[in-house]
Design a binder for this molecule. Structure first.
Ligand SMILES: NC(=O)c1ccc[n+]([C@@H]2O[C@H](COP(=O)([O-])OP(=O)(O)OC[C@H]3O[C@@H](n4cnc5c(N)ncnc54)[C@H](OP(=O)(O)O)[C@@H]3O)[C@@H](O)[C@H]2O)c1
Length: 255
């Protein structure tokens, strides 16, 4: 007996799809056969990505989305469901951070991080779950958390607290929405090398950090592809409320 990871015809909304992990996830989901709605505040970047996906033979819909705004989250979910006939999967990826010592953390930075990473994930998931209940098809929600939802590092208190809360929120979604056939799981990436952090990882501090990862290397975007497609698809049909770390063993590094 075996299974195949396929997302053929599945309708997926990816939040924070204008750049970074979200843009990458959207391309991989489309390549796996999903119809993807691309939500972010920078709708021009989503439109450019949608064009690339369409040119490669996929189906994509750019959407203006501010996850911290209830009406915006509801409108994006409705627009995706209207365009694709239903909504099967939500990838709650939009996120932000503030790098400051906790002693100097200002209220505005705290609110921006927690409102985006936690409240935004709640608002979008609630809108998506209500749509899935309406569609009577069930669905999957993938909350993109972080290994900082399980451990801490200096100067990212608001981020780490919001991601830990997102892992816990995922469990509440799993518990309360299983009855509707909706599964919710958290994907917890470790440090992934991107254009934004490549310079840091070339510094002495960056090299030292990589040495603390048991697998002795940073993650690549492609390291996340299999786990993402797995959580989105029926291959993970009996997973609900789980937190899946993809981190080269960073969470189990020696204390
Ligand atoms: N990169 C890593 O190593 C890493 C590791 C672990 C977890 N993560 C998580 O992965 C996710 C993506 O991170 P990234 O590295 O790709 O970050 P990024 O390059 O900064 O991208 C963040 C995305 O979130 C969107 N966003 C921010 N605020 C939003 C809002 N209010 N409404 C809608 N969209 C919003 C941004 O789009 P707009 O500005 O256009 O709205 C952008 O598309 C985040 O949740 C992050 O915490 C990343």
């Amino acid at each position: 007996m075996g299974f195949q990871v396929t997302l053929d015809g599945q309708a997926v909304l990816v939040t924070g799809a204008s750049q970074g992990l979200g843009a990458f996830f959207a391309e991989r989901l489309a390549a796996a056969g999903a119809k993807v709605a691309l939500g972010a505040r920078n709708v021009a970047a989503c439109a450019a990505l949608a064009e690339r996906i369409t040119a490669a033979g996929g189906t994509a819909l750019p959407l203006a989305l501010d996850v911290t705004d209830t009406a915006s989250a509801e409108a994006a979910v409705t627009a995706a469901a209207d365009a694709f006939g239903r909504l099967d999967v939500l990838v709650n990826n939009a996120g932000t951070t503030a790098t400051k010592p906790l002693m100097d953390m200002d209220e505005a930075s705290w609110d921006r991080v927690v409102d985006t990473n936690l409240k935004g994930a709640f608002l979008t998931a609630q809108a998506a779950a209500r749509q899935m209940v309406k569609d009577r098809q069930g669905g999957a929600i993938i909350n993109v958390a972080s290994i900082l939802g399980h451990r801490v590092a200096g100067q990212v208190a608001a981020y780490a607290a919001s991601k830990a809360a997102l892992v816990q929120l995922t469990r509440s979604m799993a518990l309360e929405w299983a009855r509707y056939g909706i599964r919710a799981n958290a994907l917890c990436p470790g440090y992934v090398e991107t254009d934004l952090n490549r310079d840091f990882f070339a510094t002495e501090a960056g090299v030292a950090l990589v040495k603390r990862i048991p697998n002795r290397r940073l993650g690549t975007l492609d390291d996340l592809t299999g786990p993402l497609l797995f959580l989105c698809s029926d291959a993970s049909a009996y997973m609900n409320g789980a937190s899946l770390a993809v981190d080269g063993g960073h969470l189990v590094s020696s204390l």
